[in-house]
Design a protein around this ligand. Sequence first.
Ligand code: C5P
Length: 249
Amino acid sequence: MSGNIITIDGPSGAGKSTIARLVALRLGLRYLDTGAMYRALTLHCMLAGTHLDNPKEIAEAIKSADLSVELSLHGPMRVALGDNDVTEKIRTQEVTRNIHYVADVMEVRNYLVEMQRKIGEAGNLVTEGRDQGTFVFPNASLKVYMFATPEVRARRRHAELKARGTDTSYEEVLEDVSKRDYLDMGRELGGLKKALDAVELDTSELSPEDVAESIVKLAKNRLKMQTRKIDKNALEAARREDEERRKQK
Ligand code: C5P
């Protein structure tokens, strides 16, 4: 591994994407969104008409996925299946609901973990997911485990849905959040867990900017990393993209 790797793991709705993007911008690192990779393979299986309750069919289907990702220092991570850019298409609720079928399959995890480690070989990476510090990059330079109470995450999600005019009760959203936690934590392979050497950050009462700044501080103190001023346009683009993404989920 050449250069620093920072892993950020945690449950959905803890604010990982926004925070990981901000940290990457401040430290001049590339940003890897591993959830997007699981989403893309899920979309591939859905488009291929795979029976999602059949792990063998999923393992077979991903052989023809031709997944590629394009990381950058400023822009979003682009995801493609063959020649088709699916960066936006992977954000639908249908994909979100189906991911657990695909993410539970061993062949899927092996395929993506190998891809992630290959990307990590060049270092200079902030990578975000569920198993990055525990399994994919056990020797990462800095590991962060981010969490917020299910109630706070459900409240954030409920407010987003309400702003979009979706008529869902807070109780339903809380149930969805708890169900996803249960599925993500109970996974035998790549389940959500805090690495023993990870720094824990509770994002319940903090803004994404404050959380990002505390990670940047850790990187400066522990890894002696240099910070950069965030390019205003890049920051605005990152914010807009995260907002769009949250609206679509
Ligand atoms: O982070 P995001 O919500 O896009 O992740 C979508 C889903 O992908 C998660 O709920 C989880 O089931 C799966 N995932 C995973 N391992 C990762 C990243 C995501 O299993 N490293």
